[in-house]
Design a protein around this ligand. Structure first.
Ligand code: C2E
Ligand code: CA
Ligand code: CA
Ligand code: CA
Length: 382
């Protein structure tokens, strides 16, 4: 779209004619070249072109113009920059498409001239967002910005609270409250998930010790494990040493994993889970049914509890497919000598439905939202 000589000067008419000729000869049949004004050209690539064709064309133009042009027996070197907007995704109208092509052109120049760039407004925003989270996440433990919340898990037979899930909360001065779904994957990406995971485990076990000392400790607390923690050989020893350090019996600790958590290296994960189980920690398989090879994992992994994912619970009373899935998970678990817990339970109808069908435990806003340690202590005293 934009051509300058190597000093950044705009080019004279003769040079533009040479460039214009080159472009016209270089594009495919069916494509059109127009001069947009100044030294900017617009190429409309025929709409049967694949992305790859367009990228190849961009490269061809960059390479072709990078050569020395001979104008009036004078050699000049030019560089060009290309912005690409794709009609289906980047603009509803032609005007918008051109505007977005200009944005991409700006970006191409930013990267350094002699480049092409696709329009990626969303990507740009996302990258900025990610960088901000990454920047803040590094110091979050040191600034004491994390807090663990606890959500009750209820036994349906007795109606008693038998457990809790520990859920991490992050309140940052710059970014505000960032949900764990957002920052945990980024922590994985940036290699911060092990230190965060260790912080969570230590806070939870320390809190359990407090509850035990107050005679309130008769519940199992489940901590979520991230994939990166399984890849780390230090995780299992860390769990053991943390329990020892606070003198909390392993039977009171649960760990929640997903298929994603163990997928990276299933053999290693099996070994790690066996060791955890040997010392008395119980394992729940979270988000069950939302991943890929659930059944083979069930066979290989020492799992104590299956969690019926919230997405099946939401419409369990009105959608027959969801109901069928929930029922299958319940009978599958029971046949494999596992317990079943439903998550995301919000209504009385869901409680009734799942209770009648033999679900063992439940967790959800119907009973309580996740609350901080003080509020949870009050629930334990009730
Ligand atoms: P998850 O393990 O599936 O946790 C359940 C999520 O459902 C939690 O969201 C919880 O607050 C929410 N929830 C529970 N009951 C209900 C309900 O009745 N209705 C609705 N709408 N939501 C309900 P949260 O706390 O935002 O956590 C999201 C995810 O972040 C978790 O999904 C888990 O994958 C991850 N996460 C949270 N804390 C940790 C942590 O300490 N370590 C790791 N590795 N991941 C964590
Ligand atoms: Ca220019
Ligand atoms: Ca969980
Ligand atoms: Ca879940």
């Amino acid at each position: 779209k934009s051509i300058n000589d190597s000093y950044g000067h705009e080019m004279g008419d003769k040079a533009l004619q040479v460039v214009s000729k080159f472009l016209t000869e270089t594009v495919r049949e069916g494509d059109t070249v127009t001069r947009q004004g100044g030294d900017e050209f617009q190429i409309i690539v025929a709409d049967d072109a694949q992305l790859g064709t367009t990228m190849a064309l961009a490269q061809k133009i960059l390479a072709g113009l990078r050569k020395e042009l001979v104008i009036d027996e004078q050699q000049i070197t030019v560089t060009s920059s290309i912005g690409i907007a794709v009609s289906l995704t980047d603009g509803d109208s032609f005007e918008e498409l051109v505007r977005n092509g200009d944005t991409a052109l700006f970006r191409a120049k930013e990267i350094g001239r002699d480049n092409y760039a696709f329009f990626t407004e969303r990507m740009d925003a996302e990258i900025r967002d990610k960088l901000a989270i990454q920047g803040q996440l590094r110091g979050a433990i040191a600034r004491d910005e994390f807090e663990v919340h606890y959500q009750p898990q209820m036994c349906l037979k007795t109606g008693a609270m038998v457990g809790a899930e520990a859920l991490l909360r992050w309140d940052n001065a710059v970014l505000g409250k960032v949900p764990p779904n957002r920052f945990i994957p980024l922590a994985e990406e940036y290699g911060l998930v092990n230190s965060i995971g260790e912080w969570v485990l230590e806070s939870v076990v320390a809190q359990m010790k407090v509850w035990h000392d107050q005679g309130l400790g008769d519940i199992k607390v489940a901590v979520n494990l991230a994939a990166g923690q399984f890849a780390n050989d230090a995780t299992v020893p860390y769990v053991e040493s943390t329990l020892r350090k606070f003198g909390v019996p392993a039977e009171f600790l649960g760990l929640e994993i997903t298929e994603g958590t163990v997928m990276g290296d299933p053999n290693k994960a099996v070994a790690a889970l066996r060791r955890l189980k040997d010392i008395g920690v119980s394992i729940s398989l979270d988000d069950f049914g939302t991943g890929y090879s659930s059944l083979s994992y069930l066979k290989r992994f020492p799992i104590d509890v299956l969690k019926i994912d919230k997405s099946f619970v939401d419409d369990v009373t009105t959608n027959s497919a969801d109901a069928a899935i929930a029922l299958s998970v319940i009978s599958l678990a029971h046949n494999l000598n596992m317990r079943v817990i439903a998550e995301g339970v919000e209504t009385r109808e869901q409680v009734q439905f799942l209770t009648e069908r033999g679900c063992d435990e439940m967790q959800g806003y119907y009973f309580s939202r996740p609350v901080n340690a003080d509020a949870f202590t009050a629930l334990l005293r009730e």
